[in-house]
Unconditional design. Structure first.
Length: 317
């Protein structure tokens, strides 16, 4: 066989191998139902909206794996807050429990997910639209630990809450870690120690949940005063998902604060046609101008955000 024939044979063999490899890749992708989807993307991550399917080549084995992803449920409790968190290590957390009328709804929501216990409860501050049904929750679930801000109230709702026989961390301030595992951390950022806030809202526990490179910021009813103090602490506030403070009120979500957090998504928990007219148009305009996608419980009901460690978010409402 001469040199020309050798070269032709080699070229033919290489082409054959390449064709076979391409066919094999197409068969693998086809087997897993890969479909191209349009989604909004920012340099800090990707999120997917309301029932949108997405399977990338890296995720072709099944996309979101519920055993390894974190799930945040922003429960629609009307004019109030209640957020249930399913952690990738099978633990759970609850932030606030809506009004006194929300108890049965919250209990049913969590039990329908298959849980009979809650590892961590955070009562952000002693206002009735945040702790109104906490007593009901505690009566229906085994609770491991509860976190409260270092401020008390004289209301009956608050007194009934602290009467419960639960391990209470009542001096929760900046730097306290609710938990910390590998790639999973839940840390209190506010209230800041030795600061006397002028309003009960500003005593709200502000906490940041981090899972790998995915971050969630929960702000309770913290207003501009608390936000400015946080900014002065030079704390790392950057989070892909922000729970807008005080139901989207104009007294929260200042421009400097929101720009520092730099979220892709903002969730507003408020009641439909509420008397306070939350969320305020100024807050909505700010989110729009900063190209932040907002979700509202008054318009979309309960909102579920799932995330993995690689800043990939799936939003369902």
């Amino acid at each position: 066989m001469n040199d020309n024939e050798n070269r032709k044979l080699n070229n033919f063999s290489m082409k054959t191998i390449l064709i076979l490899l391409i066919i094999e890749m197409l068969m693998i992708v086809g087997a897993h139902g890969y479909k191209k989807r349009t989604f909004k993307q920012k340099p800090i991550g990707t999120f997917f909206v309301a029932n949108t399917e997405f399977i990338s080549l890296e995720q072709k084995s099944g996309g979101f794996n519920n055993t390894k992803d974190i799930k945040i449920h922003y429960i629609d409790v009307g004019q109030g807050d209640s957020i249930f968190i399913e952690l990738p290590n099978s633990e759970t957390a609850l932030i606030d429990a809506g009004t006194s009328k929300s108890g049965n709804q919250i209990v049913s929501y969590i039990k329908n997910l298959g849980y009979s216990s809650i590892n961590y409860i955070i009562a952000t501050h002693p206002h009735a639209d945040h702790i109104g049904s906490m007593k009901k929750v505690i009566e229906n679930f085994e609770v491991e630990q509860m976190f409260l801000p270092p401020i008390q109230a004289s209301t009956i709702t608050y007194k009934k809450l602290i009467e419960k026989n639960i391990k209470i961390t009542s001096t929760t301030v900046m730097g306290v870690k609710i938990f910390e595992y590998d790639n999973l951390k839940f840390e209190v950022l506010s209230p800041v120690q030795n600061v006397l806030y002028s309003d009960l809202n500003n005593w709200s526990i502000v906490a940041k949940l981090s899972y790998g490179n995915s971050d969630f910021l929960f702000t309770g009813d913290a207003e501009t005063e608390a936000e400015n103090i946080l900014l002065k602490q030079k704390t790392n506030l950057q989070s892909e998902v922000l729970k807008a403070g005080h139901h989207g009120s104009r007294t929260s979500s200042s421009k400097d604060f929101v720009q520092t957090v730099n979220p892709m998504i903002a969730v507003i928990s408020c009641g439909k046609n509420n008397k306070y007219k939350h969320p305020n148009i100024e807050t909505l305009d700010l989110f729009k101008n900063l190209k932040i996608t907002e979700y509202r419980t008054d318009l979309q009901g309960s909102i579920l955000i799932e995330a993995n460690k690689k800043e990939t978010f799936k939003v369902t409402s």
